[in-house]
Ligand binder design. Sequence first.
Ligand code: NDP
Ligand code: NDP
Length: 316
Amino acid sequence: MKNNKITSLFEIEYPLIQAGMIWTSGWKLASAVSNAGGLGIIGAGSMYPEVLKEHLQKCKKATHKPFGVNVPLLYPDIEEIMKIIVEEEVKIVFTSAGNPKTWTKFLQEKGIKVAHVVSSVKFALKSEEAGVDAIVAEGFEAGGHNGREETTTMTLIPMIKQKTTLPIIAAGGIATGRGMLAAMVLGADAVQIGTRFVMTPEASCHQNFKNTIKEIPDDGTLSTLKEVVPTRLIKNKFFEEVMTHYANNGKREELIELIGRARPKKGMFEGDIEEGELQIGQIGGLIDEIKPAKEVVEEIITDFEKAKQEMANFSF
Ligand code: NDP
Ligand code: NDP
């Protein structure tokens, strides 16, 4: 894996990044992935500034390897979050859900590497203009918030590759070494994986949420809530209530009222699998086993090498 743009940028062993996920990727998961040779990421979106500070300090104690922080730019206390990131000497920041121009220079001046998450060629070009070090190109298969354009990973990666020279981290729908190889064949330098890492004991989300993912079929999720933020959710009771709202031609304000506050926390952190929002990627339908993050990393890399060998012998 020498000469890989992403492993040299972040000084990691494998071009394998664990996605920053609200209520799920705290210091335990991030440090376990980093210790296994990938890049672990703390999801700051669900953390009050003091909670993030604590997670950063614990992460630095748990690993001497590089790790990063994901900051959704629409976060309310963003200045405070960025101040803590600088004070705690974080080296890598993944920004998402906002304009990459706002914070990239500020962070880079402090010696921090910046990657920005995009769902379209237009946002990739905007990120290039903002001077980011890399982009995460995330397709519509991904869990949680996704792009309004509904572009899949299969189509997004080659189109971004055609238009930019930035290092590309492919995301959305990747959970195995085979998926990782496919993304690289399309033009990615690395992959970012979320859903597979939710199904680890180190992930801080609730056990009920993990047990639900074990059971979901291929069509167990759908992207909805488009009038607010398009979000891929498991089809539970809350999801059905949203469908009823649409069937009744409900107004946007009524949808906002129906969602209320802290639904993702209720579902993913407190384990209310009926009333909460359960955000997971489409590839959740493939995963029915919970195993330590270190084993997940090892399995993906072994599977990647095996698939690469198989393709070398592929003929027709
Ligand atoms: P726990 O101490 O039981 O934490 C459970 C796991 O989640 C731990 O691994 C913890 O890390 C991690 N974690 C904590 N907060 C977050 C976060 N925001 N995002 C991702 N991972 C996280 O949970 P607590 O009950 O102490 O609650 C933690 C946060 O949630 C606090 O901000 C608290 O105010 C809020 N909260 C939680 C409720 C709940 O039902 N658990 C209810 C109301 C509020 P670590 O080991 O470092 O603690
Ligand atoms: P809501 O407005 O419904 O609720 C806010 C939630 O965020 C509460 O659970 C609250 O915890 C927690 N929180 C953490 N820090 C703060 C803060 N400084 N001020 C207020 N609340 C805070 O929002 P959501 O739960 O839908 O989203 C929360 C965040 O997660 C947003 O930043 C959003 O962008 C991000 N997000 C990112 C996704 C992605 O795919 N990248 C997917 C979904 C959300 P408490 O209940 O303990 O007060």
